[in-house]
Design a binder for this molecule. Structure first.
Ligand code: GUN
Length: 288
């Protein structure tokens, strides 16, 4: 039987409506408008698309949106000075530095300079530690969006076998932490995993976040499993154009999975919705 397609776009629209209603209440009842600052260094075309859609969504939710587009040659010191200014700006509740940053800038140092209370990406080492110890943290947006869809699909995740493919700080590791917190039995698989298809085929829940187009095929998947595809890969079509595909071979895997997210229209929209939700959370905690 064909898998249920998880409509991330519709789910995200719902989250964004709730965020917008919350923003309206904050403005009308407390005189506070949540503000998000997005910082982009250099001219990465993919990053520019992400930053534009983040800014548009922020405004649509009724929040203050500030974009800082810095030249690729911007020094680390100048970037740190901007972050310091944003940290002290009371109209800004969330700060996001789009990654990757150019090679001459130390990304870890930049992330560490963001006030953890404004770290809506959840990448600051103190938020990473809070999440890892099960405390109240800012949770990275992409894994948070995946978790919301999984909870909606399954209700309780307790006791489920989950395999996360990919060990990045942005997705794989925090995703695994969230699944452990929801009482899954979690495996993080990666490029050095032996018998990757065998490991994945044990899973009730598969989260693919490796950046390899169409890598996961039907033979890897336990019948009825839920498959969340975090990959966004641009590949060439036969007619010379390009199209976006995930890390999962959608046509193949949807013949055996129980539920699956499409690319585009799955995880991507949820990431932006969670960024808006995190900004409202940061604002509420700050004005507590
Ligand atoms: N680059 C790719 N994904 C992300 C993300 O979620 N946040 C930031 N800041 N940069 C990214």
């Amino acid at each position: 039987m064909a898998a249920k397609i998880i409509d991330g776009k519709a789910f995200a629209a719902n989250v964004r409506e709730r965020v917008k209603a919350h923003v309206t209440r904050l403005v009308e009842e407390h005189g506070v408008r949540p503000g998000l600052a997005v910082v982009l260094v250099g001219e990465n075309p993919a990053s520019e698309v992400y930053v534009r859609s983040k800014g548009k969504a922020t405004k649509e939710a009724g929040m203050k949106s500030v974009e800082h587009k810095l030249d690729a040659a911007t020094s680390e010191a100048d970037l740190l000075a901007l972050i310091d200014r944003l940290n002290r700006d009371e109209t800004i509740h969330g700060i996001l530095v789009q990654l990757p940053v150019p090679d001459h800038i130390d990304a870890d140092k930049v992330l560490a300079a963001i006030n953890p209370a404004k770290d809506v990406d959840g990448f600051h080492i103190s938020n990473v530690g809070l999440l890892g110890t099960g405390q109240k943290a800012m949770v990275p947006c992409t894994p948070l969006g995946c978790l919301m869809m999984l909870r909606e699909e399954h209700g309780s995740l307790a006791g489920k076998e989950a395999v996360v493919i990919g060990r990045s700080n942005i997705v794989g590791k925090p995703m695994a932490q969230l699944l452990v917190k929801d009482s899954c039995t979690v495996t993080i698989a990666h490029s050095r995993t032996k018998d990757l298809p065998g490991v994945v085929s044990r899973a009730d829940i598969v989260v693919a976040a490796v950046g390899r187009p169409n890598m996961v095929t039907a033979e890897w998947i336990k019948p009825g499993a839920t498959v969340i595809d975090v990959g966004i890969n641009r590949i060439e079509k036969e007619d010379g154009g390009t199209r976006l595909v995930g890390d999962v071979d959608f046509a193949d895997v949807s013949t055996i999975a129980g539920a699956i997210t499409p690319v585009p229209g799955g995880v991507g929209p949820m990431t932006i919705a969670c960024l808006l939700a995190n900004t409202v959370t940061a604002c509420c905690r700050m004005h507590g």
